[in-house]
Design a protein around this ligand. Structure first.
Ligand code: 1CP
Length: 348
């Protein structure tokens, strides 16, 4: 790849970079006063459905911090509205009629991106026209099992008991719902790439709730189906799993270029299990942003050290940034990651 390939894309492909790229999950969000200002005027749903506003909040963190990637401002549940799911946000997703029967599964319509989510595609075009050329745009979708959790349970939950019980009680129906979601997300992500997204990320936030055999049979099989359909798009594919330390061996065989992990898994061990062919993304504890400056720097250095000197590390938090975070701590983190990794020669 040429010398002016953005560091984020080079790192996704496991190529040498002059410094470790960094972006932050939920980097456009409530910890930024400028985001709260926009949100004080419009609902979250209006924000995600109005391309000018969604593009504006996507770009807000890029104006403050020299981040190495932008991520589309939307939500994992947004495309499901286009499939006929009656959904509100409060602030997390609330599904008015949770999906628990064959009839409800059959009533889900296949996603037609241009018809069902034209505002997302337009947001992507606006972001690409306005973002700096060296800051690639990440498009994203929910992992099939994570979407399944919200659809079956109807709202956020700690354990998503009803969804997990459904896998055992009605495995065939569960698989059918997961496959529908997997196919819809393949269509959705493919359309995002066609509109200009330069990398595609699957957020399987709740996959780590599953026992390994259930993870493999349901969550992983469905994610494979989505990723397999996207290989030919030629953009890096990122798979994020929360609480997946017991599931890493399963991920080594997944057709993703990058695996994102939470802070509970030390990156050195993650890289040993995943092997040299996969890049890793992560994994500072979002709580570390509340440390005094010297301690935050030490924690960032620890993550860089654990990631090692071989190519293929994208710095991130292990999960989304908390709304109470001080933006100055984010500025400090971005600077220290760039500066310390460049000084070490990153993976050059
Ligand atoms: O009031 C508000 O402003 C709404 C809060 C909010 C925001 C800012 C929600 C509702 N979604 C979002 C944006 C969002 N969601 C992004 C934006 C891009 C970014 O800057 O990163 C992304 C990538 C998501 C993805 C998302 N939504 C995930 C996967 C990532 C993760 O954090 O695990 C999940 C699980 C959701 C569900 C969801 N949507 C909103 C909330 C508060 C939640 C979490 C609910 C829960 O805890 O179960």
């Amino acid at each position: 790849m040429s010398a002016d390939t953005p560091a984020f894309l080079a790192a996704c492909r496991g190529e040498p970079v002059p410094y470790t790229p960094i972006w932050i999950m939920r980097q456009a969000g409530r910890y930024l006063p400028e985001y709260r200002e926009v949100r004080s005027r419009v609902s979250f749903e209006t924000l995600t459905r109005t391309p000018e506003l969604a593009a504006e909040v996507t770009l807000q963190p890029l104006r403050r911090f020299p981040l190495d990637a932008a991520i589309l401002f939307s939500d994992i549940m947004t495309p499901l509205q286009g499939m006929g799911v009656d959904l509100t946000f409060d602030p997390g997703p609330v599904v008015r009629a949770p999906i628990r029967t064959d009839a409800a599964i059959d009533a889900l319509q296949p996603l037609v991106a241009e018809r069902d989510v034209p505002f997302v595609l337009e947001t992507i075009r606006l972001i690409r026209a306005a973002a700096p050329g060296n800051v690639p745009l990440i498009g994203f979708a929910g992992g099939p099992f994570t979407l399944f959790c919200y659809l079956v349970c109807g709202r956020p939950s700690k354990e998503f008991e009803t969804a997990r019980a459904f896998l055992y009680a009605q495995p065939e129906a569960a698989m059918r719902l997961l496959e529908r979601l997997a196919d819809a997300m393949a269509v959705y992500l493919g359309a995002q790439a066609a509109a200009g997204a330069q990398a595609l990320m699957v957020f399987e936030s709740w996959g780590g709730l599953l026992a390994p055999p259930q993870f493999e049979r349901f969550a992983l099989a469905a994610a494979r189906r989505t990723l397999a359909a996207l290989r030919s798009r030629g953009v890096p594919l990122i798979y994020y799993l929360n609480q997946g330390s017991a599931l890493l061996e399963h991920l080594a065989a997944l057709e993703a270029d990058v695996i994102g992990v939470d802070w509970r898994s030390p990156l050195g061990a993650v890289r040993r299990v995943l092997g040299a062919n996969k890049a890793v993304q992560g994994n500072l504890d979002p709580a570390a942003l509340f440390a005094p400056p010297a301690e935050l720097i030490a924690q960032a250095e620890r993550v860089l050290r654990e990631a090692g000197n071989q190519p293929g590390h994208i710095f991130n938090l292990g999960h989304g940034i908390w709304p109470q975070t001080d933006p100055d701590a984010v500025a400090r983190l971005v600077d220290v990651v760039h500066e310390r990794s460049a000084r070490r020669g990153a993976s050059a």
